[in-house]
Design a protein around this ligand. Structure first.
Ligand code: KG4
Ligand code: ZN
Length: 362
């Protein structure tokens, strides 16, 4: 009989959490003890996806099915623990590609059931926000978080480990999405972000880019105008048969896309009187962003906690880190848990469930 909550100790100082992440093209599993990473495994189908210029959902799902059991086993082995040592299994249940998520959720449910361990449903975005705790285990809110991934761009005021206020978000495309689309126009392979960064190293930000949403947009962002301007610039040059420097385009786009992120993040910290800034999501792996944010924080006397690059892009250690927060709150998931392609930015399973229950009662 599955009844893990009978024996769970919510006050255990450093619970061991197994994290599983399969929301996109990375099959990842990690083990943490408290906020210490014991192991962190990733198998990626990105090189196969690159052949198609982006993530093909069916290929991602099939790759997860092929890899997930081995990746979890490796993570447990490398952590130097036994299955019995695991206190809870945390899995990304949304947002992401439905078929891809389903593989992780189904595996985590079966795994938790077989071992009679509590199951925790993790919002992928909350995982990105929690990555900062792995970099700095003593980190305590409040802080301002810059979230910048392939699907989201937002500035959040993190008030406690589980409460966030969204100060602003993108009104259209996410920053990462803009990097990916611009990369495609420049003939660079998926994923676009790292390739734009590589090519931009040989260029200068000399091409005029449209003004990004500045003060008028509050802490909101808009990337569609910038993306369209770059696409138009390249197409016009191509139609006129005029040569242009891809490196300069990449550098100019990178500066425009990132300067606004840094500016608004620091402004939010100053306005809210918060002394610490963190960042998460794939775009936070960008070296120009990391250096600019570091310089801007230093200039204003703000402390910056920036997860290592590999913990900015998708990984399972961050899912386990958010799992730890939910563990401490006793927010466990039922065996009826299912994957969700879209959930509100900072929602937990609990908030999604109570909203659904409210709707049913209406
Ligand atoms: O957080 P993430 O790994 O997955 C999502 O949750 O979306 O973010 C992926 C996004 C992609 O759009 C990718 O191009 C971008 O992050 N990215 C970067 C860099 N590395 C990944 N963007 C700019 N510079 C990078 N070095
Ligand atoms: Zn992500």
């Amino acid at each position: 009989m599955y009844n893990p909550l009978k024996t769970v100790d919510l006050n255990k100082e450093n619970p061991v959490i197994l994290g599983i992440e399969t929301s996109c093209d990375e099959t990842a599993a990690a083990v943490i003890r408290g906020r210490k990473i014991l192991s962190d495994e990733i198998a990626s189908s990105a090189s196969i996806q690159a052949l198609y210029g982006g993530v093909v959902p069916e290929i991602a799902s099939r790759a997860h099915t092929d890899y997930v059991a081995q990746v979890v086993e490796n993570a447990v082995k490398k952590a130097g623990i036994t299955y019995d040592d695991i206190d809870a299994v945390a899995v990304t249940y949304g947002a992401g590609l439905l078929g891809a998520l389903l593989v992780g959720v189904s595996f985590a449910k079966a795994f938790a059931y077989a071992l009679n361990k509590p199951l925790i449903a993790v919002n992928h975005i909350r995982g990105h926000l929690a990555a900062a705790y792995l970099d700095c285990p003593l980190l305590k809110p409040p802080f301002i978080t810059l979230l910048s991934s392939g699907g989201h761009t937002a500035i959040l005021h993190t008030k406690t480990e589980s409460e966030f206020e969204i100060l602003g978000a993108t009104l259209d495309d996410a920053a990462g999405e803009a990097f990916d689309k611009v990369a495609r126009v420049l003939g660079l392979q998926y994923p676009g972000g790292p390739n734009i960064e590589r090519v931009a190293k040989d260029g200068q930000p000399v091409i005029a880019m449209p003004k990004m949403l500045k003060g008028g947009g509050g802490y909101n962002f808009s990337y569609s105008g910038l993306k369209t301007a770059v696409i138009n610039y390249c197409h016009t040059k191509q139609q006129k048969n005029e040569p242009y420097s891809k490196a300069d385009v990449a550098a100019s786009f990178q500066c425009a896309a990132i300067d606004v992120l840094v500016e608004k993040t620091v402004a939010a910290a100053m306005e809210k009187g918060v002394k610490c800034v963190t960042a998460g999501g794939g775009v936070a792996a960008n070296t120009y962003l990391r250096e600019s944010l570091k310089a801007a924080c230093e200039q204003r006397g703000l402390r910056l906690v920036l997860p290592e690059k590999r913990y900015c892009t998708d990984n399972a250690a961050m899912i386990a880190a958010e799992g730890l927060t939910q563990y401490r709150l006793g927010n466990f998931a039922p065996m009826t848990l299912t994957a969700k392609a879209s959930i509100p930015l900072a929602a937990t399973l609990e908030t999604v469930q109570s909203r659904a229950a409210r709707k049913e009662n209406e």
